[in-house]
Design a protein around this ligand. Structure first.
Ligand code: LLP
Length: 431
């Protein structure tokens, strides 16, 4: 199986975290997101362990909540000692409502409206990552009017070209995020930021991309960022105490994927940090990481009911399900690949190759093409694996489909953590 938390029980049903997925589909309905709490907690601990073993615990892991934002997730990661990375007022609101301490929150965004900056300042968010010069100016005015000084970091494009999908690359010069290093823009931004009386520049941030399978681009980013911090010390006389290296470790979506474990990636980054600091005689900074996918991605799956099977002779077989791009737009957006299993036939061989189609009124609404699957029939339960990241968080009400329920499984027992939307929810804001 794709991840160790997936098993097959005596009835031949797929289980996650000890819970029978066929029973979950019957009790909660479909489409249904299912998350394995123990695996999420283990992943949080895995990150913490490396920071503590390799770096004396001088760091903070902020769960990138864009991967999955709901109150229970913030409670879980907070209880494991993690903070949160938020990128909108909505994520910030959810985190605060769940009791996440504001000082453990990092606020992102390349285009933050004043209302979101105000919200971050009012609640005392620990660090605001600033993206551009007008934002510095606006934030300083907001902080001044609120009688506060806020800790900021600057988002830097370190010029690292990580091998991932074009849409999720962010560290190269042609990106809408942050200040470019090569052009001198970054150094100028540090100078500008230092002049604002209500902004306290504590460090730099970079994020080179997502679903990155190798260690080297991350280690290189750390070296480049420390080089810049050293230039800042030399040219401006400021020694920045913090370095935030973003998220990005990839996960196993298909049997062929072979990502480096995140523990290896973080270890390689921390080694690069220690070596570079020693070479430059630069004090080792407090480090922050913002993993999203690697904490929740492999811990989740989505259950659907098969509604029909449509065989087009000599062309392909469609298996049609009761969800699709409204609960998982990733195939439509990136042609992302997944493994799927008929949950009630999980012990049988996946002897067919099929296209899984969603229910939305759109030809591109597919879960995947050419996917190995057990022979599927009407009313079977289809499980799509490794959907814990960027599925629920990217869901929409397209075609006015209500958003699906999300259940958390722990040691075989399941509880609802996000209720299924109702039709009444759908029309709530219609006048
Ligand atoms: N920090 C920053 C500043 C980010 O922009 C991101 C992701 C992360 C952390 C978390 O990255 P992760 O550890 O999850 O790779 N919707 C796309 C992914 C977009 C990622 C955007 N930024 C997908 O479904 O693949």
């Amino acid at each position: 199986m794709l991840t160790p938390n997936l098993t097959i029980n005596a009835a031949g049903h797929l289980c996650i975290g000890g819970a029978d997925t066929v029973a979950l589909a019957k009790t909660h309905g479909t489409p249904l997101y299912v998350m394995d709490e123990n695996m999420i907690r283990e992943n949080c601990r895995g990150f913490e362990r490396v920071i503590s073993e390799e770096y004396g615990g001088r760091g903070l892991i902020c769960f990138a909540s864009k991967a999955l934002s709901c109150k229970e997730l913030y409670r879980i990661v907070d209880s494991e000692g993690l903070g949160a990375d938020v990128v909108s007022g909505g994520e910030l609101y959810t985190a605060l409502k769940a009791g996440m301490p504001a000082e453990k929150i990092v606020m992102h965004g390349n285009s933050k409206p004043n209302a979101e900056l105000q919200m971050a300042v009012t609640h005392g968010v620990g660090r605001i990552v600033c993206d551009n010069l007008p934002e510095l100016d606006r934030l300083n005015r907001i902080a001044e009017a609120s009688g506060k000084t806020v800790n900021i970091m600057l988002r830097i494009k370190p010029g690292i070209d990580a091998h991932t999908h074009d849409f999720v690359k962010t560290g190269q010069i042609d990106s809408k995020f942050g200040f470019a290093l090569e052009t001198g823009e970054a150094l100028a931004a540090v100078k500008a930021a230092s002049l604002y009386p209500n902004l306290n520049l504590v460090g730099l941030h970079c994020h080179i991309g997502s679903q990155i399978l190798e260690t080297e681009p991350f280690a290189e980013a750390a070296r480049v960022m420390l080089g810049l911090m050293n230039d800042i010390r030399t040219e401006i006389g400021v020694t920045l105490p913090e370095l935030n290296l973003g998220g990005g470790p990839g996960i196993r979506y298909t049997e062929e994927d072979d990502p480096k474990p995140f523990s290896e990636i973080v270890r390689a980054i921390l080694n690069a940090v220690k070596e570079t600091c020693a070479a430059l005689s630069f004090p080792e900074p407090f480090v922050l990481f913002e993993p999203g996918r690697s904490i929740v991605g492999g811990a989740g799956l989505t259950l659907y009911t098969v509604m029909a099977r449509k065989q087009i002779p000599d062309i392909r077989t469609y298996v049609l399900v009761d969800g699709g791009m409204c609960d998982n737009p990733r195939y439509a957006l990136y042609h992302s690949r997944y493994e799927a299993v008929i949950a009630n036939k999980a012990g049988e061989p996946r002897s067919e190759r099929v296209t899984i189609g969603g229910k939305c009124c759109e030809s591109g609404d597919l879960v995947g093409e050419d996917m190995p699957l057990q022979p599927a029939a009407e009313d079977d339960i289809l499980a799509v694996l490794a959907t814990g990241a960027y599925n629920y968080s990217m869901a929409s009400n397209y075609n006015r489909n209500p958003r699906a329920e999300l259940v958390m499984v722990r040691d075989g027992a399941a509880r609802t953590v996000v209720k299924r939307e109702t039709y009444e929810d759908i029309v709530r804001n219609d006048i």
